[in-house]
Design a protein around this ligand. Structure first.
Ligand SMILES: Cc1ncc(COP(=O)(O)O)c(C=O)c1O
Length: 459
């Protein structure tokens, strides 16, 4: 690799001249310059100036086994030498997607036994949308094609992903969404519960918004409901315990399919392989990507329940959909090794029994009391910190989102990578974090909160 021959300034100039970044204001990027991450090891990333930063976001919710794993590099190398690519169209297959599918069927909920591959979470959601609509056509109910989603949901950034998602800013730039997708309220008690309404009652009310949307359209017009078990990019919004069982009951009552988007929660983050298992629900599709390879290769897997899969087989006819890289042999080899490591190191159990509870306690005991913090919440190794001006009234700083950015910038400057979304700080660290790493993160976040508070006082 020859980047060492370039100075940071040169790399930033070349980046600004030639590289358009995702979700970025390119005018601001020109002025500020990008942060260039050059290497990483274990839980740490390093930038071109040599700063060591604890990665509280596992890259982008994906590097669950941490950085610098030779075994994954070796698995990719071996597979590239043997068979770098062959497609899985035209009744062909290659060994690694076959074996990965078997493994995924073993760890997925019992009624989920088939897998459709892509290269990103967005693609997998595109597949999921196509598949549930195709299912109802095969079942002789083509008019049953409406999808219910939620405001502030994030389901990716392709046209289908954006249409399924509920982000206003993304919709505004879409110039026409995929038709027949509607968005209902999100289960976010901190901002949406009524005065005096318990979390339990709020969860039921948010679930009934799904029922209302079904009744408004007519159940014979609704194909499916899609949701992230925990809304991730929208701010790690953890629904009350009453929400998902009620959504499942409603979907069953009206024969509406349940699509669970586990692109963030899949592969151990909530303390089970999948959040469906944590929540005790039985979705018809489970969208996964990211931690399937711990981000070492781009790969997504749409896990498909028996109900849909058996209709595909029984009714026959081609499903006119697929990608050149569906079941890419190298990506699948890396995924197999990644899952082997997660299992060998007991990372899922560790999150459930040790680091998840410790993380929750540390956030409560060390962060929640800070003057700037309105609420902390977590599930497994996924957490959020609400930044407020007034703890009691939950009033926010203005302009919206500005205070969280100040906290984030101080955190990064003090060796802690976390993300600000709106007024919420979010954390989704590698599952290799230990109690000591959690303590280190809390030290750095506390420091960032103190410094941000001093800045905000001066404003
Ligand atoms: C819940 C969810 N679904 C889908 C996606 C899209 O995944 P990708 O960026 O790999 O297309 C994301 C990305 O963060 C996500 O969080």
């Amino acid at each position: 690799m020859t980047y060492q021959n370039y100075s940071l300034k040169q790399l930033q100039q070349i980046d600004a001249a030639h590289h358009l970044h995702p979700f970025t204001d390119h005018q601001e990027l020109r002025e500020a310059g990008s942060r260039i991450i050059t290497h990483a090891n274990g839980p740490f990333i390093y930038d071109s100036e040599g700063a060591e930063i604890l990665d509280g976001m596992a890259g982008l919710w994906c590097v669950n086994i941490g950085y610098g794993r030779d075994e994954l590099a070796e698995a990719a190398y071996a597979q590239m030498k043997e068979l770098p690519y062959y497609n899985s169209f035209f009744k062909c297959s290659t060994p690694t997607p076959v074996l990965l599918s078997k493994k995924l069927a073993e760890i997925a909920p019992k009624h989920v036994n088939q897998v459709f591959y892509g290269s990103s979470g967005s693609e997998a959601n595109d597949t999921a949308l196509r598949l549930v609509r195709h299912y109802w056509v095969l079942e002789g109910k083509p008019e049953k094609n409406r999808i219910i989603s939620r405001k502030m949901a994030y389901h990716g950034s392709t046209v289908a992903g954006t249409s399924l998602g509920g982000m206003d800013g993304m919709h505004k730039q879409l110039g026409g969404a995929v038709p027949n997708i509607v968005h209902v309220m999100m289960p976010y008690a901190y901002e949406l519960a009524l005065p005096g309404e318990s979390d339990h009652d709020f969860g039921l009310r948010a679930a009934r918004a799904v029922e209302d949307a079904i009744l408004e359209a007519g159940a014979d017009k609704v194909a499916a409901f899609i949701g992230e078990p925990v809304m991730g990019a929208g701010g790690v919004k953890i629904p009350p315990a009453s929400y998902w069982p009620e959504v499942q009951r409603i979907c069953r009552k009206y024969d509406v399919l349940l699509m669970l988007d586990e692109v963030i929660t899949g592969y151990g983050r909530t303390g089970e392989w999948f959040a469906a298992q944590t929540l005790g629900i039985e979705p018809d599709t489970i969208t996964t990507a990211k931690a399937l390879t711990s981000g070492y290769q781009p790969l997504s897997a749409l896990l498909v329940g028996d109900r849909i899969a058996s209709t595909l087989v029984e009714k026959g006819g081609e499903f006119n959909h697929g990608y050149t890289y569906s079941g890419h042999p190298v990506a699948c080899a890396v995924a197999l090794k990644n899952l082997e490591i997660i299992e060998r190191e007991g990372l899922v159990d560790r999150v459930r029994n040790d680091t998840g509870p410790y993380f929750a306690k540390a956030l409560q005991e060390r962060i929640a009391g800070h003057d700037l913090v309105g609420e902390v919440r977590s599930i497994g190794l996924m957490g959020a910190i609400e930044i407020v001006k007034d703890k009691a009234t939950r009033e926010r700083f203005l302009p919206a989102g500005s205070a969280a950015v100040i906290v984030r910038d101080h955190a990064i400057a003090h060796g802690m990578m976390l993300r600000a979304t709106g007024d919420t700080m979010i954390l989704s660290p590698p599952l290799i974090w230990t109690r000591d790493t959690i303590d280190m993160a809390c030290d750095r976040i506390s420091k960032a909160l103190d410094l941000a508070q001093a800045d905000l006082r001066k404003r």
